[in-house]
Ligand binder design. Structure first.
Ligand code: PGA
Length: 266
């Protein structure tokens, strides 16, 4: 970063502005039927049409096409929650990046802790998925985070380092402009417990240093790194005040139009 960039950065931080355009993404997980998704969106859209952040909604697969139509003309982008790394083939039950791109998906959550824990997804597979997403012009939202046990053993930074290292393996010379990272401590997901804003900021700053080391500083400075784990209307503001936190990946609170709108309009 040049001296001028640095001065600009501290000025912006003083004014509470963000260096990178914030992202607020809603992960609807396996909730909302097609009908419920539509009803929720009808409520949400008028509440967030003046938002200055990038808003992403990640509904289930069966709602994607319909939601894409409902989002037309709005400022909200469409994301999916998982995908396979192959384009096509005998992979029963899987969804290809090509199919997602075809129906207007822009973002793809990869490596969510529920995928890791319940479906046994491991870093090498997530790495293949990231490569496939980038190849098909999808923006991966790579999730990393430690479990409670790992935090108590004081190995949070070790775990994050390993996840980033493995998930981004072989990507050094790739254009990573599209990459988004989400720091989601597993113990904070769906539990009502949030990391302190300082802890979240510190881990995110560590992730940025890792990106700088593994890829390069320019890319690390540009990459949006979100916090996720029990983000609610009453804690979003303090999280967003932290210099390193570029947004939030929201689960439970993104299912209620009013709550999600409050988070988006923090
Ligand atoms: P939560 O979920 O906001 O319900 O904790 C976050 C996530 O799983 O991405």
């Amino acid at each position: 970063m040049s001296k001028l960039d640095n001065r600009l950065r501290s000025l912006k931080i003083k004014r509470g502005e963000k260096m990178r355009k914030p992202i607020i993404a809603g992960n609807w997980k396996m909730h909302n039927t097609l009908f419920e998704s539509g009803e929720m969106l009808k409520e949400l859209l008028p509440l967030v049409n003046k938002s200055s952040v990038e808003v992403i909604i990640c509904p289930n697969y069966t709602s994607l096409t319909e939601i894409f139509k409902l989002l037309k003309g709005s400022n909200i982008k469409l994301g999916a929650q998982n995908m396979h790394y192959e384009e096509k083939g005998a992979y029963t039950g899987e969804v290809s990046p090509v199919f997602l791109k075809e129906i207007g998906v822009d973002y793809i959550i990869l490596g969510h802790s529920e995928r890791r824990k319940i479906f046994g997804e491991i870093d090498v597979i997530i790495n293949k998925k990231i490569k496939a997403a980038l190849k098909h012009n999808l923006s991966p939202i790579l999730c990393v985070g430690e479990t409670l046990e790992e935090r108590e053993k004081d190995i949070t930074y070790e775990i994050i380092k390993k996840q980033i290292e493995y998930c981004l393996e072989g990507l050094k010379d790739t254009n990573l402009d599209k990459l988004v990272v989400a720091y989601e401590p597993v113990w904070a997901i769906g539990t009502g417990k949030t990391a302190t804003k300082e802890d979240a900021n510190d881990v995110i700053s560590f992730i940025r240093r890792l990106l700088s080391e593994y890829i390069n500083k320019k890319m690390a400075d540009k990459t949006r790194i979100l916090y996720g784990g029990s983000v609610k209307p009453n804690n979003i503001k303090e999280l967003m005040e932290m210099g390193e936190i570029d947004g939030a990946l929201v689960g439970g609170a993104s299912l209620k139009a009013n709550d999600f709108a409050k988070i988006i309009n923090y």
